[in-house]
Each structure stands twice: as C-alpha cells, then as structure tokens.
Design a binder for this molecule. Structure first.
Ligand SMILES: *Cc1c(COP(=O)(O)O)cnc(C)c1O
Length: 213
C-alpha cells in the first residue's frame, strides 16, 4: 500500500484522538482530481472508498469502471448546465454555493428521484476570487435550501491561503452549530490536522496522498 496514504491515515487518527474524538469521526476524502490512474489504483486497492473530484466530466471518465465500489464527492464549482449529470453521478455535492444552483438542483432531484447528500460551500474568508456563500448570508441561504426541500448535510470551506486557518475553521464550525448542522468538510493537505482540531468531520486531501498534480 502507498506509504503516503498510510501516513495520512495515521495522522488523521492521531489528530482525532488528540481532539478527544474517535478516528472514525473523521472521514478521509481522497482528492483524485487530475491524478493518473497509477496513483489512484494502489490507494483504492488499500481500501480507500471515498474520493473527491472537482470536475463532472473528468470524474465520470476516471471512475466509469469502478463507480459502484466508491463514494464520490464533487468538491469543485458546479455550473447549472452540469447539474443533471452531477445529481445522477455523485453521492455527495459539496459545492452548493448560490441560489440559482439550489433551485436547479431541487428541480433535478425531483425529476430524477435521486438525492445526493449536499454541503453548502461558505466563502469563509470573504475572498472575492473564491466561490461560496458569504458567512453573513449563510443562515438565510440554509433557510432557502430548506424551503426548496434540499436536505443539507453540512458546510464546506476553503480558508484563505497563507493565513493561519484556525479562525476560519472555528468560524465555519460556529455557523454550522447555530444552524443545527453536524458535518464540516474542511482541511486539505497542508492544514487537515488543524481542521480536525477545530471539528472537521471530513478532510479533503489530495497531493499529500497522491503527489503533486
Ligand atoms: C484540490 C482540492 C483539495 C485537495 O487539495 P490538496 O492541497 O491537494 O490536498 C481539497 N479541496 C478542494 C475544494 C480542492 O479543490
């Protein structure tokens, strides 16, 4: 099995235990986007079953033959014209970030009779170049999702690069708590241990497992 994969698994377990939580409380989402299959196959063979992808078409091509044995999460921006394919293909969509997309997803879910688990992406650092609902608008956006019948499982964020991430992780945890949401998708290769300390229930780790993209 891949040494890098084993090492990330043990670091996740150690961070969970240090935070007073069982290792199973944190799901590893192995981010396979842009990786050659030779990098993914050993990790799949080692038993990893949850993978993250950021493009709908790319994910459909990569996972066509192995779709049934894995849970696939869309973690990248979703255009409304790809919403039908995303609902059909993914188990989880973590990038619900605007009203128009919420309305299109609600319509597709009704049409297909299939409901992916959904996370609302929050632009926790209020960065103009980043996707996500503004923190101050998150409560209202979650109400809208509820009114549309969309079951929201949790919140997702990508904090600003080159800053200590803890205040952003803590802010996302507070937003989730006050909206009664238990799931927090936060933490990547460089900061997943900090995210677990702040309450992450899933971490999205790519390059630290598979190598540089
Ligand atoms: C690419 C990506 C990741 C993984 O990033 P690494 O730094 O390679 O771990 C996590 N989350 C999102 C949203 C991504 O686009």
């Amino acid at each position: 099995m891949s040494d890098a994969y084993a090492s990330i698994q043990s670091r996740i377990a150690a961070a969970a235990i240090a935070a007073g939580r069982p290792p199973e409380a944190v799901t590893l989402v192995a981010v396979s986007k842009q990786q050659p299959w030779e990098h993914i196959a050993p990790v799949l063979a080692a038993g990893q079953r949850v993978f993250g992808e950021n493009r709908v078409q790319e994910a459909m091509g990569r996972w066509r033959d192995d779709r049934d044995q894995v849970e696939l999460r869309l973690i990248g921006p979703l255009q409304t014209n790809k919403a039908a394919e995303a609902v059909a293909f993914f188990d989880v969509i973590e990038s619900l970030d605007r009203e128009k997309l919420a309305r299109v997803l609600a319509a597709e879910i009704a049409r297909q009779g299939k409901t992916p688990r959904l996370y609302v992406q929050v632009n926790i650092g209020e960065e103009p170049q980043k996707a996500g609902v503004a923190p101050a608008e998150t409560d209202g956006f979650l109400r809208l999702c509820r009114d549309l019948g969309l079951p929201i499982e949790g919140l997702m964020c990508i904090p600003p690069a080159d800053e200590a991430p803890e205040p952003y992780f803590t802010a996302l945890a507070a937003l989730a708590a006050r909206n009664g949401l238990e799931k927090l998708s936060m933490g990547m290769s460089d900061d997943f241990e900090a995210a677990i300390a702040c309450g992450a229930t899933s971490v999205r780790v790519g390059s630290a497992i598979f190598g540089r993209r």
